[in-house]
Design a protein around this ligand. Sequence first.
Ligand code: 3PG
Length: 214
Amino acid sequence: MIALPRFQSRVVPVIALHDATQAVRLAHALLDGGIDVMEITLRTPQALQAIEAVARDVPQMVVAAGTVTRAAEVASVCAAGARLALSPGLTQTLVRAACDAGLPFIPGVMTPGEVMAAREQGFGLLKLFPAAQAGGLAMLQALAGPLPEIRFCPTGGIHPDNLGSYLAQRNVAFVGGSWLTPPDMLAKRDWAGITALARAASALSGPATDSPAT
Ligand code: 3PG
């Protein structure tokens, strides 16, 4: 699979941005808190514009497109400048589109069979989604037995109280979560508050000990 872009943070903010004009300021707020990657999800009409703004104006931020669920979306996120795409799942057409576009891609899985199917297609880093519903830490520990070489980005149900436990799991490369960009803080443009949340998460997680690339 195509190597991931390099980033240091082991926490990936999962963002639903309703106002693309906030994207650049938000990127800087996260960088100020030590987070150099952000996943802007295709859950709002402004998402592509937001990705484009960060890709253009904040090159030190690795901007990822999240909630990529259709092959046709791959061309759009590439055109916007996304350096990485994440999906809650995995389909053949999506994998083919990402490969054809040369776009680094992290597909989502929830079961051992899905992990094995993804591995057959060359993926070694997978998004465990929804992590809490999939079994959380216990599921990650169980997967490490038969599938020890696979690394995960658990997303869904991660928060400051369980972040350390997830990151300490040996098959966890990094985690994703929405807690770093709460809707009320975005609405109030509380950049200092978001930087504080990012800084707290960075302090808990520390730098990646090795490249998150597959
Ligand atoms: C989502 O589905 O929005 C992401 O997985 C983030 O989940 P979270 O809100 O539990 O962090």
